[in-house]
Design a protein around this ligand. Sequence first.
Ligand code: MG
Length: 386
Amino acid sequence: MKRCVALVVAAGRGQRFGGDIPKQYRMLGDLPMLRHTLGRLSAHPDIAEVRAVIHPNDLAHYEAAAKGLGLAPPIFGGQERQDSVRLGLEALAADPPDLVLIHDGARPFVGAGLVDRVLDALEHADAAVPALPVCDTLKRSRDDGPSETVDRAAVWRAQTPQGFRFTPILQAHREAQGRALTDDSSVAEACGIAVATVDGDERNVKITTPADFEHAARLLSGPMDTRIGQGVDVHKLGEGNSVTLCGVLVPHDRGLVGHSDADVALHALTDALLGTIGAGDIGRHFPPSDEKWRGASSVLFVKRALALVKARGARVVNADITILGEAPRIGPHRRMMTTRVASILGIDNGRVGIKATTTEELGFIGRREGLAAFAVVTVQCPASVP
Ligand code: MG
């Protein structure tokens, strides 16, 4: 699969917006606006990495906005947006991705469907841009006479994320340096790269004025969807003297085998959380091939998945976990497991179910070769944003 990095441009000072902090760090609902953007892109199953380009003065704001998402360090931008994008691309060139999505930090409602359309177009094109039709009549004023009407069928509004094959767009930005171009598709066009268009998304608004901000806040506080996610996991039993289940160390005459702490219950819970927002699975976010997860506490995985859910403006309603195994017995540890899971999710113990069953000595679980877990999570998520 092609490796895709999302470059989020957030280095602007927001002169049009006013206020004492740049607009991308202002609270939109319960979270800084930029966190909505970063969280949505991080959740997309086909985006391997999200990098932000920021103003050096905003580092503290950025760190607060990105906390818990596990992103690589931000890149410092330049004077104009075009400079910031070029510096971002240059920073990525050390480990060049196949594809790059360049996105405005001030478009916090970017949806997975739009990202999919751009990525699909890049199967056959070097560049792809989401475009929306113009509904208003367009006028062109002239100094020397009456205004004229522009044929609106021939024009469209460009959004982001704009997607590119990495090497040609890096080259185009190098060549276009010093020429003021308004977006990355213009940079591509100026260097002879053919730009494909895909359907944009009206909900993917760019927040420019305080009125845009208020409108966006209303969308987040509007009607909620209830969404359900489920997860399943299995781990082998091997040598050892304890197992970790729901984040609780349980003494046993065997241990669970796995790359991390092999906590089947929290792995199932992580997948259930990711499932509520269509964010792929645990293997995509925490690849077993990545050394950094060796021996990791699975609490980390749940927390990261929860951060992605919350970046939607969503909240967890309840979680229900069933552990399958002949041994160890779960009953004596149930209360501690419930408290542990509830505290990780930030919900009351009464919203967490921890259950256990044997398989009547049938199958691999019955032969005590492994343990399995199932998890279901419900969340409430703003209905009016993608
Ligand atoms: Mg697992």
